[in-house]
Design a protein around this ligand. Structure first.
Ligand code: IPE
Ligand code: IPE
Ligand code: MG
Length: 239
C-alpha cells in the first residue's frame, strides 16, 4: 500500500456533535481532543511522516469570547498531557499560524513543547493555530518585499520554490491528502498555496466520531486515485 507522506485534516463538527448529544459545545471540543489522540497515534503507527491538524483558524477569533477561552484552555491541557505520547513515539511538534495573537503564556508553552521535541524525527505533528492561509501568504509577501528592498534577494529569482520558503510550512512537503469532517465541502482558509494538487476527502461524520475505520477507508480510496499533476497518465496512455 502506498502510504501518503503528508495528511492534513480540517477537524470540523465538534459543536454539532455536542448539540446532537444534548451537550454544550465545549464537550464537543473535549471529545475532539480524544479523536486527535487516536489519529496521532494511528498516523504514527502507519509511519506517516507529516500530520497537519487545523486546530484554530484566524477567523475563529470571531467566535464568542467564552468559546475562544475554552479552546485556548483545552490547547493548554493538551500540550501538557500529550508531551509524553509525542516523546515516546518520536514525534516532533511544529506549529503554523500567527502565534503573536495567542495569549503570551500559551505561546511560550507551545514554543517550549516545540523546543522539547525538536530532536524527534519519525513524524512531524503540525498544529495550525491562529492560522489562515491568506494571512500566511500576506506575511510571506511582506517578508519577500522586505528582503527585496534590503537587497537580500533579487525579485527576478523569485519562483515557486523560493516563495515556499517564506511560508509557515517551510521544509514541509505539500499534503497528499486533505480530509475535512462534518460534511462541509469547503477549505475555510486552510493551506491554500500547499493544496494545489492535494487529493480531497470529505467525510460526513463529525470530528469526535472520526475513527480508524474512516481513516483506513480514505487511505484505501487514495490508492485508487490517479494523481496526474497536469500531465498525461501512463496508465491511460501507455508510452
Ligand atoms: C471544529 O468544530 C473545531 C474548531 C473550529 C475549533 P466546530 O466548533 O467548528 O464545530 P461545528 O462546525 O460548529 O459543528
Ligand atoms: C475550520 O472550521 C477551522 C477549523 C477546523 C479549525 P470552521 O468551523 O471554523 O469553518 P467554517 O466556519 O464552517 O467555514
Ligand atoms: Mg465548524
Amino acid at each position: 500500500m502506498e502510504i501518503p507522506e503528508h495528511i492534513a485534516i480540517i477537524m470540523d463538527g465538534n459543536g454539532r456533535w455536542a448539540r446532537q448529544n444534548g451537550l454544550p459545545r465545549f464537550a464537543g471540543h473535549q471529545e475532539g481532543v480524544n479523536t486527535v489522540r487516536r489519529i496521532v497515534r494511528e498516523c504514527s503507527r502507519l509511519q506517516i511522516r507529516y500530520l497537519t491538524l487545523y486546530a484554530f483558524s484566524s477567523e475563529n477569533w470571531h467566535r464568542p469570547e467564552q468559546e475562544v477561552q475554552a479552546l485556548m484552555s483545552l490547547l493548554d491541557t493538551y500540550l501538557a498531557s500529550e508531551i509524553s505520547l509525542l516523546q515516546q513515539n518520536d514525534i516532533r511538534l511544529n506549529v503554523i499560524g500567527d502565534l503573536t495573537r495567542l495569549p503570551t503564556h500559551l505561546r511560550e508553552k507551545v514554543e517550549d513543547k516545540v523546543r522539547q521535541t525538536r530532536g524527534n524525527s519519525s513524524m512531524t505533528l503540525t498544529l495550525a493555530l491562529s492560522y489562515g492561509a491568506r494571512d500566511e501568504m500576506l506575511r510571506a509577501v511582506r517578508s519577500v518585499c522586505t528582503d527585496a528592498v534590503a537587497g537580500v534577494i533579487d525579485p527576478a529569482d523569485l519562483d515557486e520554490r523560493m516563495f515556499s520558503t517564506y511560508l509557515d510550512t517551510v521544509a514541509m512537503p505539500d499534503p497528499d491528502i486533505l480530509i475535512r469532517t462534518s460534511g462541509e465541502q469547503r477549505i475555510s482558509n486552510f493551506l491554500l498555496w500547499q493544496i494545489a494538487y492535494t487529493e480531497l476527502f470529505f467525510c460526513p461524520c463529525f470530528w469526535p466520531e472520526f475513527g480508524l475505520d474512516h481513516l483506513d477507508s480514505i487511505l484505501k480510496e487514495y490508492q485508487n486515485r490517479c494523481r496526474r499533476f497536469g500531465r498525461v497518465s501512463n496508465e491511460t496512455f501507455p508510452q
